[in-house]
Design a protein around this ligand. Structure first.
Ligand SMILES: O=C(O)CCC(=O)C(=O)O
Ligand SMILES: [Fe+2]
Length: 261
């Protein structure tokens, strides 16, 4: 199956339970509640994931980095607090020239209203062409979040989304005209693959999701050294440490209850 130039791929229950458990063990080993580092080693489960992604994308990949985060009502509030109501391209896009794929895997979930939406390149070609590709600094302003600002900057009655691409490329559109891929109730072990420079956002309205996003770049991509400075481990705030303690506890419970089955 080919992904490059095609669409986002979402595989339900693609990963066998033994691989997910191994992945969670590797995440727990690499994760420390005092800072935000998650240096996964490219062996074991992560190597297995790389092989799966290479099979799908039909290109050789290099591991770049991994992010682990807790999605709850409160953390979600922060991620949708801006004008864009959560829509974004990843900030690290500007440090990578070439393709960078996000492998998105929920590794814990107690919610049936949580997930991801992606405005895929392949299904919205016209929009990405007008914005300029690759998007380096896309910003989104939504009518629902910032009505006054939106009305000030736009003309069309039916539009609800303003996407600001490279420099002067500004697009006023209606989300009805977009083809959006939605995942609204993923299970642990599901897997989505999309490019980090495709507009996307998390969705959430109850319960807890622990999310692992691993980035792989294509072999010929060049990563700016500033990326490693930007993503270097930082000490967490009190709230951040609380979140990471909860992540550790919940993942630990899941592993223990699995071995007892
Ligand atoms: O899972 C989410 O809520 C957001 C995911 C995301 O933005 C990412 O993986 O880059
Ligand atoms: Fe993202």
């Amino acid at each position: 199956m080919q992904l490059a130039g095609e669409t986002m791929l979402y595989l339900q229950q693609q990963l066998p339970r033994s691989l997910v458990d191994q992945l969670i063990r590797e995440v727990l080993d690499a994760y420390s509640p005092s800072h935000n580092a998650l240096d996964l080693e490219l062996n074991g489960a992560v190597k297995e994931l790389k092989l799966i992604a290479e099979g799908v994308i039909q290109e050789n990949l290099r591991y770049l980095s991994a992010f682990l985060f807790l999605v709850t009502d409160t953390t979600f509030e922060t991620s949708v607090s801006g004008h864009g109501n959560g829509w974004h391209i990843d900030g690290t896009t500007k440090y990578v020239s070439g393709d960078c794929y996000n492998i998105w895997i929920p590794i814990y979930t107690s919610s049936n209203e949580t997930g991801l939406e992606v405005i895929t390149h392949a299904d919205n070609l016209e929009i990405y062409e007008q914005l300029g590709n690759p998007l380096l600094t896309a910003n989104v302003i939504t009518k629902v979040k910032s009505k006054q600002l939106f009305n000030k900057l736009t003309r069309r009655e039916d539009s609800d989304l303003l996407i600001i691409g490279n420099d002067t490329n500004i697009l006023e559109i209606s989300s009805k005209d977009l083809s959006i891929h939605s995942i609204l109730s993923p299970s642990v072990g599901d897997l989505a693959i999309f490019k980090q420079n495709e507009l996307h956002r998390g969705r959430h309205s109850n319960g807890v999701r622990i999310q692992l996003s691993i980035k792989f770049v294509t072999n010929h991509s060049v990563v700016d050294n500033a990326y490693y400075v930007k993503t270097a481990p930082k000490m967490l705030s009190k709230h951040g440490r609380l979140e990471s303690h909860l992540i550790k506890e919940l993942l630990g419970f899941r592993l223990n209850s699995c071995t007892q089955l």
